[in-house]
Design a protein around this ligand. Structure first.
Ligand code: NAP
Length: 270
């Protein structure tokens, strides 16, 4: 599908990957319904993007508000063709640092919300409509220090791979994008607890991830589950299939990641 004149919902659209996707789709001539909790920042970025961008400020964990969104978007923007499930949260480090409520919240935002939004959107998406999930390489391989986050993203990937058949009966496509580390504010909250393993992989920009989202919307031979960077995805798959190899590589990757994390912190003044 070409985005021109189409309507897209993007969750988590006021910064990072979601904002980069919104910018790219607007540049292609799509109307975008942008969701985030912080209303002020969302309004500002929408204003900067111009008349094709529309703010829908709310928390995707409010599932009733989320379920009402596709109808509101159809009424306000005249249709709905693309859904980008991007909003995500990560409470980092040993899972025992966090309350059960905070751990459950990660599942609601990262997994339950995409399922609910996709289910409701499926009733208004036309044949040819597209759903894109921003998952993670941490959803391909359990990452220590990101146990619950890894679980949410693995759940997101596996749900989508199975749901592709259900949605396909209505002519709707679904695809996962699985980034390694992306240079956004996602690390900023709790930099100390970002694992060295995360930093062992090359960091990509939000614009590079947005470019993959656009390819997936266009259906350019990208398949159902796309890794970025490609080589990091292959390494994650191999370590999952051969756990002994993963265990063997881990000390080397952690040393490399710790050095990369120090360099990143210096560069960003963290
Ligand atoms: N950065 C990485 O290294 C990386 C790697 C792999 C995957 N990812 C995934 O990529 C996605 C986007 O991350 P990012 O790096 O772009 O993060 P980011 O720069 O922190 O942006 C997150 C966006 O989501 C919004 N958001 C967060 N929780 C929300 C909620 N409950 N309801 C509505 N909006 C919400 C935030 O705005 P408000 O705070 O105002 O709500 C913000 O607009 C996430 O799903 C993340 O798991 C990121």
């Amino acid at each position: 599908m070409e985005p021109k004149d189409q309507v897209a919902i993007i969750t988590g659209a006021s910064s990072g990957i979601g904002l980069a996707v919104a910018r790219l789709l607007v540049a292609q001539g799509a109307k975008v319904a942008m969701v985030a909790r912080g209303a002020e920042r969302l309004r500002k970025v929408c204003e900067a993007l111009g008349p094709l961008a529309h703010a829908f400020p709310f928390d995707v964990a409010d599932l009733a508000a989320l379920a009402a969104l596709p109808g509101q978007v159809v009424r306000k923007l005249g249709g709905l063709d693309i859904v980008v499930n991007n909003a995500g949260i990560h409470h980092r480090g040993d899972m025992l640092r966090h309350s059960h409520d905070k751990l459950a919240q990660m599942f609601i935002v990262n997994l339950v919300a995409p399922v609910v939004l996709t289910r409701v959107a499926a009733d208004v998406l036309p044949p040819g409509g597209v759903v894109i999930n921003i998952a993670s390489l941490a959803g391909k391989l359990g990452v220590p220090g990101s146990a619950v986050y890894s679980g949410t993203k693995a759940g997101l990937r596996f749900w989508a791979m199975a749901a592709a058949e259900d949605l396909g009966r209505r002519g709707i496509r679904i695809a996962n994008i699985n980034p390694g580390p992306v240079d956004t504010g996602f690390f900023a909250d709790d930099f100390e607890n970002v694992s060295a393993l995360t930093f062992s992989q090359p960091m990509v920009t939000a614009d590079a991830v947005a470019a993959r989202v656009l390819e997936a919307i266009r259906g350019e031979g990208t398949g159902l589950d796309l890794d970025i960077p490609y080589a990091s995805g292959k390494l994650a798959t191999l370590s999952y299939l051969v756990p002994g190899l993963g265990r063997m590589l881990r000390p080397m990757l952690e040393r490399k990641g710790a050095a990369a994390k120090r360099r990143y912190a210096e560069k960003r003044g963290i």
